[in-house]
Design a protein around this ligand. Structure first.
Ligand SMILES: Nc1nc2c(ncn2[C@@H]2O[C@H](COP(=O)(O)OP(=O)(O)OP(=O)(O)O)[C@@H](O)[C@H]2O)c(=O)[nH]1
Ligand SMILES: [Mg+2]
Length: 320
């Protein structure tokens, strides 16, 4: 009999870091891995996927938080190497990345003249952040999207972690559910692997491999993903203060409850039916002042894996 699990997961990451694209690519990724989506609660979820595969473009930036429930069935690999068929009902909240770092400090420091308007604007944003943190506190797992392109250009990933982590720890402590570490599992997803710069970094630093089977898609293997994330945070010359990002995640989440994935929502284009790093492999075409176009068939890389990992570990925990 197929074991059924329930997992509530929050997508967490800076604006434009690839949260919604990962969500939208899930059904395509699932099918490619022999998993199936056997139910979803909202038409809105289907629309996200349709935008990518039928309208050949990314979704607009998320404006309001939305909850999606997706039911998957598939084979999960347990720690002892056995494969088990599971059904997992994932409730997932996708929020605008801005919500993790509301610009309330502008109001806080607006000066005496504006302070009449300031506190209420500030208070509302504060309450919104606390509501979001309360939601995270009730989740089994968080999927954190680390976008190396954003970190290289604006270096601000840390600002979307600071308050969230401190508040989450406080909230869990109040619930009596925080001793040394937060109880949630954390999937750190390095996004946009297909981006030329990210791909080139993985290759240069020796983390990139290609699948043995056709079409030989590139991949940073699971066992190397954590080390690539470390490299991006500490050794990459464009890294800004990403070392703080990694240090904060390691300080709050329990070792063994974190895993790492190098992800591309859209994947790589092929040349003569196979991946060739020396031919143009990008299927992403930026549109000035518009949503980025997708110019080929999407082949998500490592999009289902974080969910499979979370489901397998939760199943083991449930049985222990
Ligand atoms: N090359 C590449 N670009 C991506 C990928 N995923 C997302 N992007 C780009 O990043 C942009 C933002 O992606 P979203 O998925 O909307 O990011 P988000 O984290 O949901 O952003 P907010 O909703 O603003 O918080 C997209 O419009 C694409 O331009 C990917 O896998 N590869
Ligand atoms: Mg979004």
């Amino acid at each position: 009999m197929t074991e059924e699990l329930k997992a509530s997961i929050a997508l967490w990451g800076p604006p434009r870091s690839g949260k919604t694209a990962m969500l939208a690519a899930l059904p395509v990724a699932a099918n490619a891995q022999g998993w199936t989506v056997v139910g979803s609660s909202t038409g809105a979820f289907g629309d996200l996927t349709r935008t990518m595969i039928e309208e050949h473009k990314f979704n607009e930036a998320t404006r309001v938080a939305s909850d999606h429930t997706i039911v998957f069935r598939g084979d999960a690999r347990l720690s002892d190497g056995t494969i088990e068929r599971i059904m997992v009902r994932v409730s997932m909240r996708d929020v605008p990345g801005e919500a993790y770092n509301p610009p309330r400090r502008v109001a806080d420091y607006a000066g005496p003249q504006q302070s009449a308007a300031g506190p209420s604007a500030s208070g509302t944003l504060d309450k919104q952040l606390q509501d979001l943190v309360d939601h995270l506190a009730g989740c089994d797992a968080l999927v954190f999207t680390f976008d190396p392109t954003r970190q290289a250009s604006s270096g601000d990933t840390m600002t979307y972690l600071n308050d969230v982590l401190a508040r989450l720890a406080h909230t869990m402590q109040e619930k009596g559910n925080y001793t040394d570490y937060l109880p949630q599992r954390l999937a750190v997803c390095v996004t946009k692997y297909d981006d030329y710069d990210v791909f080139a970094k993985a290759r240069r630093a020796g983390f990139g491999t290609q699948d043995a089977q056709p079409p030989h898609l590139p991949r940073v293997r699971r066992e190397h993903a954590g080390e690539f994330f470390r490299w991006l945070c500490e050794d990459d010359p464009d890294t800004h203060n990403a070392a703080d990002v990694r240090a904060a995640l390691l300080a709050y989440f329990k070792p063994g409850r974190i895993d790492y994935f190098v992800v591309s929502a859209v994947g790589f284009g092929l040349h003569d039916g196979r991946f060739d790093p020396d031919h143009d492999f990008s299927i992403v075409e930026p549109v000035p002042d518009g949503v980025t176009k997708i110019t080929g068939k999407i082949r998500p890389v490592n999009v289902i894996e974080p969910f499979e990992w979370l489901a397998a570990r939760m199943l083991e925990e449930q049985r222990a």
